[in-house]
Write a protein that binds this ligand. Structure first.
Ligand code: NAD
Ligand code: UFG
Length: 336
């Protein structure tokens, strides 16, 4: 049997494909390469000794996904395929509703048609909006502040409904802020266009592709005034998916689970840690707040530890050192 990894050529999907292989699973990646390149698939192949089937196509294509499930003997699905930029979603809300909901419904339809039950869904701590209290736990109030967040919240609700009528067993994994890269330096984050996330932007400043990191606000009600997030190593996050699939048979139905470290760092702390990892300063300047940013959020991690037996083990300096190893070796991502 095999695991179907939709969006498996992307940042988190590629690391998860490798972790699944290392855990003894056969992997099938389905990706339309809308935000990734076939070179990422080559990187997975190199790290898994070629043990990978790659299908290029749209996860919303029910016939293609059904056929792939049957031909490849798939019995578990990890669904990453989605657009992920908050700012882009505000500019192109329809594209986000169509792609993120369309691919989710397509995959669930294909699973129903082929009687595959077990699924892990990429959700996000964006579903907590601006939290009143930190850390946020899985029972904290939810909401959506932008079209991207809407697709995650409604994606979760859709899956809850399908599970409630007995159609699926699913873990909704609410990721906090993944950073870092595979320790080999051969696989990492390579989104198209100018990055919007903190660490990818910072690393492109460090390699000279961008001039200066804008620090979006230092006047928040936080210890140093800059916003606080829960950054976790992408390899820890990848291993969380293996743990979730392993835990599904004993935990049927639908469950939301935070995947974070339980510890927050401010933007200025991340900049200082990156400068330490790189051994040199990174040009940055404080500018106005970015609309829609929350002041602080980090994860309550008890449920992940209890249900999945999973806890993040890699710290911020390891995340930044690994991210830098990848970026320094590949200043233009997989294009080099
Ligand atoms: P990514 O863009 O690197 O990966 C997503 C992959 O899905 C890409 O390879 C893209 O080509 C593919 N894809 C998109 N639409 C598709 C479709 N319709 N059919 C087939 N393939 C499609 O993003 P990522 O950072 O790896 O994120 C993976 C998932 O995790 C997404 O669902 C994202 O919303 C979620 N998530 C990401 C973060 C983060 O900070 N990176 C945080 C929380 C949640
Ligand atoms: N930041 C800067 N400068 C930048 C980029 C970001 O100061 O150039 C700051 C932001 O203001 C924020 C922090 O760095 O305070 C983190 O920003 P990111 O864009 O890296 O991450 P977010 O927490 O805003 O959002 C990310 C993903 C979302 C996802 C969310 C929760 O982009 O898709 O994490 O998982 F929903």
């Amino acid at each position: 049997m095999a695991v179907l990894v939709t969006g498996g050529a992307g940042y988190i999907g590629s690391h998860t494909a490798v972790a699944l292989h290392e855990a003894g699973r056969r992997i099938v990646v389905l990706d339309d390469l809308s935000n990734s390149s076939e070179r990422a698939v080559d990187a997975i192949r190199a790290l898994t000794g070629g043990n990978l089937t790659f299908v290029q196509g749209d996860a919303a294509d029910v016939d293609l996904v059904s056929r792939t499930i049957v031909e490849q003997d798939v019995d578990e699905v990890v669904h990453f395929a989605a657009f992920k930029s908050v700012s882009d979603s505000v500019e192109r809300p329809l594209a986000y509703f169509a792609n993120n909901m369309g691919s989710l419904v397509g995959v669930v339809e294909a699973m129903a048609a082929t009687r595959v039950r077990r699924m892990v869904f990429s959700s996000s701590c964006t579903v907590y909006g601006e939290p009143d209290e930190v850390p946020v736990t899985e029972s904290s109030p939810t909401g959506a502040a932008n079209p991207y967040g809407w697709t995650k919240l409604h994606g979760e609700q859709f899956l809850e409904q399908v599970a409630a009528v007995g159609g699926l067993d699913v873990m909704l994994l609410r990721y906090f802020n993944p950073v870092g890269a595979h320790p080999s330096g051969t696989m990492g984050e390579d989104s198209r266009g100018v990055p919007t996330n903190l660490v990818p932007y910072l690393m492109q400043v460090a390699v000279g592709r961008l001039e200066r990191l804008p620090v979006f606000g230092a006047d928040y009600d936080t210890p140093d005034g800059s916003p606080v997030r829960d950054y976790l190593h992408v390899v820890d996050l990848a291993e969380g998916h293996v743990a979730a699939l392993d835990a599904l048979p004993a935990n049927p139905g639908c469950r939301a689970i935070n995947l974070g470290t339980g510890r927050g760092y401010s933007v200025l702390e991340v900049v200082a840690a990156a400068e330490h990892a790189l051994g040199r300063p990174v040009a940055h300047e404080v500018v106005d707040r970015r609309p829609g940013d929350v002041a602080r959020i980090w994860a309550g991690t008890d449920l992940a530890e209890r249900l999945l037996g999973w806890a993040a083990s890699r710290g911020l300096s390891e995340m930044l050192a690994d991210h830098w190893r990848w970026q320094e070796a590949h200043p233009h991502g997989y294009g080099d």
